[in-house]
Design a protein around this ligand. Structure first.
Ligand code: PA5
Length: 481
């Protein structure tokens, strides 16, 4: 049923319990020549059917274990149990992790806990504060450390490889801090290590010291781990309903069996693929119109960019394909980036992320009624204004032949967030098949790591330090002082 706000105008289309997708503004009917034709859509349907078949074959061979995570009941149970134990004595949880080991929990935490969760008094908050330290900036990390009482802090170190310099350096700092302030034997009560079940130095340390540990499931790359202990443990520790989150993800996984044209994960992949390959638009802007979903956009940026930006096709031929994802937030970026989207280079597709109903709303009082410039606002709510700004922006872009589409959830809930995340992970893997690249690796980030190892003096990497300095001397003439 359509819901009407105080304006009497429906802001609601046919919304499913979890998420609806409206891609009218990508089609020729809305955009004329700039839109996708029925021929394009027919091509897409064929390509998606083939990609889905390929996906299912891989899934059946056990090559896509992230698809099984929403149905796993052991991991959430274990996470809840630990969370309930910690809740009594722990004031603050700190996650040490980066990339896929941090962004998922950050996205869900920001979506589902109040914006001021960490600032609330303990009695009101009822769960520990959460800091996700995904940057080694010494000032930022220093401030977090300074704000902690080690005896009331629990650290969750998350690294699949156990080799990530950023996470491991943070781990070394907090390990030393715990040892100095609480003594060696107490470390165990303040530390959870989430890492590969077998390999890596973190697993060795777990075994040698009998630290508490959980597993990053084998075969699941960091950016696909949100529904494993990587995401669920810290989220359970701050009171997020991990079961509800997983129920949404499970529903998305079930919906992935739908026919192509009613399958949101397939359509998300297929439509964006057409935008790049047929229309030549190489940027995807994800623009949530709900502050709570802003970090979901950040999580997506890593998922999409790290999975699809590849130099080589699966057969080894040059690729250099992909669609660069960037983030904007409504309404803030209407007053910042929108001008470029409306009138700048026609190289973007905008995906709006909207909510039908805000979990709380603020009424705008009927004051200054004598001023036409203000009186139309009185009696409405900020939620209505935000929704109408989203609708107006989508329409304005379409009238300018700027393609856009919208994903709408009924409201920000654990189920809906779980649904969005699983849908987007499925879409990412399907996109890999459409572009003919491997969405599960990230070879492009290795070279910069090797330079860092060389510069930091790691054994075996002195050649990288030499290579760096050699390159540098040639470029000095272009340094301006
Ligand atoms: O998605 C990925 O695989 C990466 O972003 C990793 O999560 C990130 O590099 C951190 O790696 P690790 O968990 O091994 O420390």
């Amino acid at each position: 049923m359509a819901e009407k706000g105080s304006t009497g105008i429906s802001t609601r289309s046919q919304i499913s319990d979890y998420m609806t997708m409206d891609y009218n503004n990508l089609t020729a009917e809305a955009l004329g020549g700039q839109g996708l034709s029925s021929g394009d859509l027919a091509e897409m349907k064929k390509a998606l059917a083939a990609a889905y078949k390929d996906f299912e074959a891989k899934r059946r061979q056990g090559l896509l274990p992230f698809t099984e995570l929403p149905s796993n009941s052991e991991i959430p149970k274990k996470c809840r149990k630990l969370a309930d134990l910690l809740r009594k004595n722990i004031e603050t949880v700190v996650v040490l992790g980066i990339g896929g080991s941090a962004l998922g929990a950050n996205a869900v935490f920001n979506a589902l806990r109040p914006i001021n969760h960490n600032a609330l008094p303990p009695a009101k908050r009822q769960w520990p504060r959460l800091f996700i330290a995904d940057n080694i900036d010494p000032e930022g990390f220093g401030v977090i450390l300074d704000s902690l009482d080690p005896s009331k802090t629990f650290f969750n170190v998350i690294s699949k490889s156990g080799a990530t310099a950023e996470t491991m350096s943070q781990f070394m700092v907090i390990h030393d801090m715990l040892q100095r302030s609480l003594g060696r034997t107490a470390i165990k009560d303040h530390l959870l290590i989430t890492t590969d079940p077998q390999g890596g130095v973190l697993r060795k340390l777990v075994e040698a010291n009998d630290y508490q540990s959980m597993e990053v499931p084998p075969g699941v790359g960091g950016r696909f781990t949100i529904f494993s202990a990587v995401g669920l443990a810290p989220l359970a520790m701050v009171g997020v309903s991990v079961y509800e989150l997983l129920a949404g993800a499970k529903k998305a996984q079930q919906d992935f069996a739908s026919p192509v044209l009613s399958n949101k994960a397939l359509l998300f992949a297929g439509l964006n693929w057409l935008q790049t390959t047929v229309k030549g638009l190489e940027t995807l802007v994800l623009m949530p119109y709900a502050e709570a979903l802003s970090k979901v956009a950040e999580w997506f940026l890593q998922l999409w960019n790290e999975s699809l930006g590849k130099a080589l096709h699966l057969d080894g031929s040059p690729a250099g394909t992909g669609q660069t994802a960037i983030k904007a937030v409504g309404v803030t970026d209407q007053h910042s980036q929108l001008q470029m989207y409306m009138e700048g280079p026609l190289n973007k597709t905008v995906c709006f992320l909207g909510v039908e109903k805000f979990r709380s709303d603020v009424s705008i009082p009927k004051v200054f009624t004598e001023h036409d410039e203000l009186s139309y606002l009185g009696g409405k709510t900020l939620g209505e204004l935000l929704t109408f700004e989203r609708l107006g922006t989508a329409r304005a872009l379409a009238e300018n032949q700027r393609p856009n589409f919208t994903l709408t959830i009924p409201k920000v809930s654990a189920g809906a967030v779980g649904y969005i995340l699983q849908t987007l992970m499925l879409a990412t893997v399907i996109s890999g098949t459409l572009y003919g690249v491997n969405p599960l690796d990230q070879p492009g980030v290795e070279l910069s790591k090797k330079f860092t190892y060389g510069l930091m003096g790691r054994n075996g990497f002195s050649d990288m330090a030499d290579r760096y300095h050699k390159g540098l001397s040639k470029k000095n003439k272009y340094v301006v002082k």
